[in-house]
Design a protein around this ligand. Structure first.
Ligand SMILES: [Zn+2]
Length: 382
């Protein structure tokens, strides 16, 4: 007998209207709220964690993802990244090394899932705004699935990200201003041309892909949950996706607890930190964002409310670090650990120094840092 799929449809995070799977949706047609996928834990609880299969990619966890039996998986071997113990800290610290993904970032997980879901639903053309890494990822998976891909990027972008996206066949437009301006251009064009907007949280098919990091971390720790997960927050896709998967794992009994999240942002663009510390429910737009961590230069994440809700549920911590601390941490990661990180990822190491120094966490606590992207595309910032 074929097992029912855990993926049951979509639900608006604002008005809670549900939609059947198979409809090609972006935001909620009723209220323009963000959509989440409905993954039913009861069906997942019938699976054994000892019988996941050998697939050497995030698709090992296909049962947790919003895809159907008939969907053609668009994969380049993303996920299944190492969890490495860091030697240079007097503490119990691991790094989830997402630089080992096909284009060097965890964005590949979201893009692999989104392009799988969209191409299987008949979408032929996608468009998105990006700080650079998501552009490369969507260019790769669109190329594999034979979709047209167009990316809007802010002018101040790492040149390697533009070049790689173009070499993978994406059409690139550089926009004056921030990613918010690029986002407005993307939205206008998607409307006028009828192409699918796959930008962060405009599509509901990216965050579960990144959520597979939580599944892998627990499996790599022999189904133990770390005490803290330190995550650099830009659009917040990974934080929302991982929190959802940690929660599902707890519900189905594969793990006993959930971790506390530490959300890290640069002092030059810290809208989530500001909102969380002042106990707000939503995020205000950060004026004049300035930081070398381009991936974190998101003045008003679309999922602000959702990110804050996950942080509160995890009894999380939000903190900011300076560009100088980020730069120093890039040097430390490379020299002491052989990890070539981009600034956004190095922000987690800078944060860990604060957490220990200010005794916000104990050195015996088990900590996982999410190293989201490789420094190979950001060498000019080293
Ligand atoms: Zn709605």
């Amino acid at each position: 007998m074929r097992r029912e799929r855990a993926f049951q449809g979509l639900q608006c995070t604002e008005c809670h209207t549900t939609y059947p799977k198979g409809e090609i949706l972006q935001k909620c047609p009723k209220c323009n709220g963000l959509l989440d996928t409905i993954i039913n834990p009861e069906i997942l609880s019938e699976i054994s964690k000892d019988n996941l299969g050998p697939t050497p990619s995030m698709w090992k966890y296909q049962a947790f993802l919003p895809v159907d039996e008939k969907d053609r998986i668009v994969s380049a071997g993303e996920g299944d990244t190492p969890l490495r113990k860091l030697r240079s800290f007097y503490g119990n610290v691991w790094v989830k090394d997402e630089t080992k993904n096909p284009t060097g970032t965890f964005k590949d997980r979201g893009a692999s899932l989104a392009v799988t879901a969209l191409s299987s639903s008949g979408v032929k053309e996608i468009i998105l705004s990006s700080e650079g890494n998501a552009g490369c990822s969507f260019a790769l998976y669109s190329h594999i699935a034979d979709l047209a891909c167009r990316v809007f990027l802010p002018q101040q972008v790492n040149p390697a990200k533009v070049e790689l996206s173009q070499k993978l066949g994406a059409k690139i437009t550089l926009v004056d201003g921030t990613i918010a301006d690029a986002g407005r251009r993307t939205e206008a064009l998607a409307k006028s041309e009828g192409s699918y907007n796959a930008s962060t949280f405009v599509t509901p098919y990216r965050h579960d892909g990144k959520g597979t990091m939580a599944l892998e971390i627990c499996e790599q720790l022999d189904w133990r949950v770390p005490d803290y997960v330190v995550y650099p927050v830009g659009g917040g896709v990974g934080l929302v996706g991982m929190w959802k998967m940690f929660s599902i794992l707890e519900k189905i009994g594969w793990v006993k607890t959930r971790p506390r999240f530490v959300a890290v942002q640069p002092t030059g663009c810290a809208p989530v930190v500001k909102a969380y510390q002042s106990k707000r429910d939503d995020v205000d737009e950060w004026k004049n964002p300035q930081t070398i961590a381009f991936g974190l230069r998101i003045p008003k994440p679309l999922a602000g409310k959702w990110i804050l809700r996950c942080l509160r549920e995890s009894d999380g911590i939000a903190m900011s670090v300076t560009d100088e601390e980020i730069r120093k941490s890039m040097g430390q990661a490379l020299k002491d650990e052989g990890l070539l990180l981009e600034p956004s990822s190095a922000a987690t190491i800078a944060a860990l120094h604060h957490l220990y120094r200010e005794k916000m966490i104990d050195r015996s606590a088990e900590v996982v840092l999410i190293a989201t992207g490789s420094g190979l595309k950001t060498l000019e910032q080293f």
